[in-house]
Design a protein around this ligand. Structure first.
Ligand code: AMP
Length: 510
């Protein structure tokens, strides 16, 4: 055994470690003076780990150099050595921690080290992602990290023609990144088999659960070969997610980069108590002022519903604030365009629902606005994790209406952080009154499913029931209740002439 030196990171063992090892073993050093120095040295070597020390293949190191990455992030430092040995992994990691590279690099290494010819309609590595944007992002990262390797990467998700994807998969691929629904479509059409999967990655497991993907995941679990490596990532690890994990992983290495539900460090979090009807004005005025004095660089605004996101964009446009919306009712082309404009800075404000924004990696997001408070507290953690990425600082502002206070309490309980109250700006009412009204929605843009919250709600548990329960709030009631989109009429309308003509009978319209 190596005594204290074994506590050095894996990366330092066996390489350039002669000096510290010899030093730690030196019997001549008296304890009282050796300990502080020993601790300092250990700290120094812990912080000094490089990709070159992790045992990754040279083409991967070259690709990392091209990306300008020198040092692995903590999750990469912890996960890569274990994954290179073929272990399963359970990773609890906040967004922006570098977890994509943490699973991509060792997987690419292992696939390249054991080259095999492509199998028809099959893949060797399967990565499941809850959203299309995240799937595309993961595939892009895989291609970038593997650019000096001869590995084939495909990405499939809904909103694109399935036939085209099936044709692309016919020759087989090394790596497939997919959303669960489209993956099962392709399997059902016999365009894909999971029989040859060697590495399986389930990313953002908690969002998979929120989106109701539990059935598809159970089906996928049953189709995967027993002999495989499995990686399971989630930003939070409530019991239900841990139970889901048990179906996939076996004796995993556990990597926890931040404690469960720790709010992104470096995000300063404010709350403004405001009526629902005044939120739009508060948002417009805050964004307009922030963009004008350049304190806001790029900002994400979260709404609870798709319709709400569109409505916010219309109001912002009327007030001269350039914004785009991204949510599940937009076509894939619109979603890609909105994200790209935001990423490149052409549109500084992206208004998003939780589904579309999860996992999106855009650097330079200075502010996150919670226009509506999520009723699943973990979602708050994900939202604010969109800012303060890659070492930057960030600001999160939550607008809390009276009926959202219970949600806020849940969030503060989960994160252990009390949000800093921020009063309404000076002259708020006067300035709000001067804002222009939003333009009416063009008929062709109307959305019959508007008003429905996009996320599947978790069931209400016991006491602590929220105002209005888990159902949508007053301005978000399901179509037909709030006069915006009515359900199909079951009876013929009674015009003035027809009043009374049924004589008590009604005719059912089939
Ligand atoms: P992820 O958590 O995988 O979404 O990664 C967050 C961001 O960090 C992405 O922009 C990555 O490209 C970037 N990143 C990942 N690993 C490193 C690294 N070792 N050094 C610098 N940036 C990194």
């Amino acid at each position: 055994m190596h005594g204290p030196a074994t506590k050095l990171p894996f990366s330092r063992l066996g390489r350039n470690t002669r000096t510290p090892r010899a030093f730690f073993r030196a019997p001549s050093l008296p304890e009282p003076c050796a300990r502080p120095l020993r601790l300092r040295l250990r700290k120094y070597f812990d912080s000094m780990s490089f990709f070159t020390d992790l045992g990754l293949a040279e083409p991967l190191l070259r690709a990392l150099e091209a990306k300008g990455y020198n040092d692995p992030t903590p999750i990469q430092r912890q996960a890569i050595p274990a994954l290179l040995k073929g272990r399963d992994l359970l990773g609890v990691a906040q967004t922006g921690t570098g977890k994509t590279a943490a699973f991509a690099l060792p997987s690419l290494h292992r696939l390249a080290a054991d080259p095999k010819p492509l199998q028809r309609a099959a893949c060797r590595m399967l990565v499941l992602s809850p959203t299309r944007e995240l799937a595309a992002q993961i595939a892009d990262n895989m291609i970038a990290y593997g650019k000096y390797l001869k590995l084939h990467v495909e990405c499939v998700f809904g909103g694109m023609p399935v036939g085209k994807q099936a044709r692309r998969l016919a020759q087989g691929t090394d790596i497939l990144v997919a959303t669960p629904g489209r993956l099962l479509d392709l399997i059902d059409q016999r365009a894909l088999t999971l029989r040859h999967v060697e590495i399986f990655v389930l990313d953002e497991a908690d969002q998979m659960m929120d989106l109701g993907f539990i059935q598809p995941l159970t089906r996928v679990a049953a189709m995967l070969p027993k002999d495989r490596q499995s990686l399971f990532f989630s930003a939070t690890m409530p019991q239900a997610i841990a139970d889901l994990g048990r179906r996939f992983i076996n004796d995993p290495v556990k990597v926890m980069v931040a404690p469960q539900a720790t709010t992104a460090e470096r995000v300063v979090q404010y709350v403004t108590y405001v009526n629902q009807s005044e939120k739009q004005a508060l948002l417009t005025l805050s964004l307009r002022a922030g963009l004008a004095d350049k304190s806001i660089d790029r900002s994400l605004v979260f709404t609870r519903t798709k319709h709400g996101a569109d409505r916010v964009v219309r109001h912002l446009a009327a007030a001269g604030v350039n914004a785009a919306a991204i949510h599940g009712n937009k076509t894939q082309a619109q979603r890609t365009r909105a994200l790209e404009s935001f990423r490149q800075g052409a549109v500084p404000i992206l208004v998003a629902t939780d589904i579309a924004a999860r996992g999106i990696d855009v650097s330079g997001v200075s502010h996150v606005f919670n226009y509506e408070i999520p009723n699943v507290p973990e979602q708050y953690v994900h939202r604010i994790g969109r800012t303060a990425r890659a070492g930057a600082d960030g600001i999160a502002l939550s607008f809390v209406a009276p009926d959202e206070r219970a949600y806020l309490r849940d969030i503060e309980r989960l994160t252990g952080i009390k949000l800093v109250p921020q009063p309404l700006p000076q002259d708020f009412l006067k300035n709000a009154a001067s804002l222009p009204a939003a333009k009416a929605v063009p008929a062709e843009d109307r959305d019959d499913r508007r008003g429905r919250p996009e996320l599947h709600r978790r069931p209400q548990r016991g006491a602590g029931a929220k105002p209005g329960g888990n159902g949508p709030r007053r301005d978000d009631r399901p179509a037909g209740v709030d006069g915006e989109a009515r359900p199909k009429r079951r009876f013929n309308p009674r015009g003035p002439k027809s009043v009374g003509q049924h004589a008590g009978k009604v005719r059912r319209v089939v």
